[in-house]
Design a binder for this molecule. Structure first.
Ligand SMILES: Nc1ncnc2c1ncn2[C@@H]1O[C@H](COP(=O)(O)OP(=O)(O)OP(=O)(O)O)[C@@H](O)[C@H]1O
Ligand SMILES: [Mg+2]
Length: 221
């Protein structure tokens, strides 16, 4: 369960996020959408606990967070994944290699991660999470830089992970189709405020905003 009450985030005097009330139940798969600068990453960072904010947040359980900008360590792709594991080297490498396979990056396991493309780095960033367990998985535009085939691979890997872990999922995305594939609830932000919050079915019937209308048009046609 994630519960936000009177969450406020300001940079200097500018309010970039204002969420009076938001509750996400355990096991829900939610997509977070909205225009550039609407506050998606800010909300995910607040839930992940990586930035300070005003207000009250309850987030029960362990959290894994994939930031929008992928950070890769200056070491091999495989070591980037084994880095956070404990145990025998061989076991860690086997687990890491399996995770790389899940995101379609196994062929590059020996390559230095600092030379990865944007889409490859995103896949690696996700593989690093998939070797762990969690109650809440936060993904900030996981396929923003990934090609069509990679997007399908990543969505399937995330879906299997969520099913296995029975975890709550929040995915920030600009893609209405990804939202439909990945979530059973759509939360839309506009200038830091929540303007839509409903199931895809409800949103399809009655979008409240112009952005909401454009969003569901992608599902109709
Ligand atoms: N460190 C910061 N300092 C000042 N302003 C910031 C900072 N981080 C974010 N902002 C501002 O907060 C607002 C919300 O940013 P955020 O990154 O949450 O948007 P977003 O919805 O994730 O956008 P995008 O779709 O481009 O990823 C933006 O106007 C951004 O400029
Ligand atoms: Mg963002």
């Amino acid at each position: 369960m994630i519960k936000c009450e009177n969450i406020l985030k300001k940079y200097s005097d500018r309010t970039v996020l204002s969420i009076p009330q938001l509750e996400i139940k355990s096991g829900e798969s939610v997509c977070l959408t909205g225009a550039n600068g609407s506050g998606k990453s800010t909300l995910l960072k607040i839930i992940a606990g990586v930035i300070p904010f005003e207000g009250k947040l309850e987030a029960q359980g362990s959290i894994l967070y994939m930031p929008q900008k992928s950070l890769c360590f200056d070491m091999s792709v495989l070591s980037n994944v084994t880095y956070s594991l404990s145990g025998k080297k061989k076991d860690k490498e086997e687990i890491a290699f399996e995770a790389l396979k899940k995101v379609g990056l196994e062929a590059l396991y020996k390559k230095n991660a600092s030379g990865l493309s944007g889409g490859e780095a995103a896949r690696l960033s996700l593989a690093r999470l998939l070797v762990h367990e969690c109650d809440i998985l936060l993904l900030d535009e996981p396929t923003g830089a990934v090609d069509i085939e990679g997007t399908e691979i990543i969505e399937n890997a995330v879906k299997s992970f969520v099913k296995e872990n029975k975890c709550t999922l929040i995915t920030a995305t600009h893609s209405p189709l990804q939202a439909k594939r990945m979530s059973d609830r759509v939360i839309m932000l506009e200038k830091g405020e929540k303007v839509e919050d409903s199931s895809p079915e409800e949103l399809l019937i009655a979008p409240k905003t112009d952005f909401g209308k454009k969003f569901v048009d992608m599902w109709r046609y």
